[in-house]
Each structure stands twice: as C-alpha cells, then as structure tokens.
Design a protein around this ligand. Structure first.
Ligand code: GLU
Length: 285
C-alpha cells in the first residue's frame, strides 16, 4: 500500500507554528516514503469554520513549501458519508440519544474518586444519565452517544494498532480501558453536527490514509478511532504522533495565540526558511 498521509486542519483560526510543524512532518514522511500527502479541511463545525481561515491555511502552507494533491477533501461536503457511518453503528443498537447539557454532566459527575479517571480524550467521562434511552425517543435536539459497554461487547479480542511516533510500538486497547478512560463518546452533537472522532475515521478510510501523522495531543483519541474502525469494518492505519511545539515558556501553542500564527511571523519579515529551520526542517532550495 502506498504510504499515504494527510494534514487535517480545522479552518477556525490561522495556521500557527504547531500546525506548520505537523504539516511539515507529514509532508516529509510522505516524501521520504515516495508516498502521498493529502490536505483535508475539517470543517464540520460550521459555526466556527470560515472561508477566510481556509484560504489563509492554503496560502501559508504553500508558502512554507509543502505541495498537496487536489481536490482537497472538505468535510462539510461529505456529510452523507458520516450519516451512513452513524447508521451502521445505530443498526448495531450501540447509540442512544442524550439531552444532557454540559452543566448536567458536571453535576452528575459527583466528587472525584481516587484512581478513577474523570476526563478522557472526549472530555469529561459521561456518567450515563441518558444511557437508558433508545433511538425511538431521539429528538432533534439530542446528541447521539456511543454505548461503550455494548460497543466493547462486540469485540472478539482487544483492539490493536501500531504507533510509529512517540512511544512507538504495538498498542493494545482493552475493553477495560475504553470503559474506564473513555466512556460513552458523542458521535453526533446536539446541533446535528458530526463529531470529530467519527468524521476523521470515515475520512481516513475513504482517502486511503495508511499513516496518520498528527500531534501527541491526539494520541489518547486513537483508541476511540480504532474502536470506530472496528465497528464500521474499516482498516486501521498506522499512527504517528509527534511532539507538540511549545512556546518559550513551555506552554502548548493554541490557535488563539496570534503571536505564533504563520501570517504574523510572515508579516514580521520571517522567511519560509527561517520558520522551517526553527522547526528543524531543511530550508527550501
Ligand atoms: N482537525 C484536527 C485538528 O485541527 C486534526 C485531526 C487529526 O489529525 O486527526 O487538531
């Protein structure tokens, strides 16, 4: 299988150094493997996605050097693929509607107990208030959650995947870990918007991604992705989680930090090669 990777930014802010690093790592890995580098625009959150940010991502990325295949996949143009995937999981009776608000979930969580995880890769681990509900009483306002207990019961053996980045090696995902550290993840948000975890898994399969290259902040989410691949009968790619770029104070860069936006650095006179070098990449010829 041809090495195929992707850079998948959300157009909700400018491209910053952290994104640039991720794109350059993925692009370099594809080039070294004689493989493919794809760009995907993760814009399922239409309340935050903006065409102007998408354009800036294209401009800044091209300026930094990487070239990508076209057409670029834009998630908002493929909503039917996500509904189809959700329908497959729903048919297995693994989904239930949930009308809990964030405050309800906080209130239901109760006092923290020692040794019990409160937060997982999908935020606060859901206490299960709506778990008894069925899709028959799903309202338009409801979010849809995966019943993790039932989902793990469909697994004949622990899930496996291969990590080639930080903490590399063969990884095993057990039902216990999914239940205690992840819980009932949201697959569709209350406004009908596809959740990131579902969209990313569907897209990686449709785009033939053999190697997911992304930041270590998403390493924990991989167990959700591998589980969804199993439920949907999709192949599991290799995963490569890379280090996160931090600011001089050691803080992770956020999209809100305009100081590290590529466009800001450009306007301050930095060249593409200055930025490439600062991130540890060879300058452009
Ligand atoms: N869209 C995600 C982000 O901007 C990246 C998703 C992924 O690489 O799996 O953080």
């Amino acid at each position: 299988m041809t090495f195929t990777t992707r850079f998948a930014p959300s157009p909700t802010g400018p491209l910053h150094l952290g994104h640039a690093y991720s794109a350059l790592v993925a692009h370099q890995m594809a080039a070294e493997a004689g493989g493919r580098f794809l760009l995907r625009i993760e814009d399922t959150d239409q309340s935050r996605a903006r065409a102007q940010w998408e354009k800036l991502i294209f401009d800044d990325l091209a300026w930094l050097g990487p070239r990508w295949e076209t057409p670029v996949r834009r998630q908002s143009e493929h909503l039917a693929s996500y509904s189809n995937a959700l329908a497959i999981i729903e048919k297995k009776k693994l989904i239930y509607p949930c009308n809990c608000r964030r405050a309800d979930i906080e209130a239901a969580a109760g006092a923290p107990q020692e040794g019990v995880a409160q937060f997982g890769p999908d935020g606060r681990i859901y206490s299960g208030t709506c778990r008894h509900r069925t899709m028959r009483d799903a309202g338009a306002e409801d979010a849809l959650r995966l019943n993790m207990q039932l989902a793990t019961e469909t697994l004949a053996a622990p899930l496996l995947y291969h990590e080639t980045g930080l903490n590399s090696g063969a990884k095993k995902i057990t039902a216990e870990a999914l239940l205690s550290q992840v819980g009932d993840v949201v697959l569709q948000r209350r406004n009908g918007q596809t959740a990131y975890h579902l969209a990313v898994v569907v897209d990686d399969a449709i785009q033939g991604v053999s190697d997911v290259v992304r930041g270590a902040d998403l390493a924990e989410a991989t167990q959700i992705h591998v589980l969804l691949q199993s439920l949907l009968g999709l192949p599991t790619p290799r995963y490569h989680h890379h280090k996160l770029i931090r600011d001089s104070a050691g803080k992770r860069l956020a999209k809100r930090d305009d100081a590290t936006a590529i466009s800001t650095l450009r306007s301050q006179g930095q060249s593409a090669n200055d930025i490439r070098r600062s991130l540890g990449f060879k300058p452009l010829e």
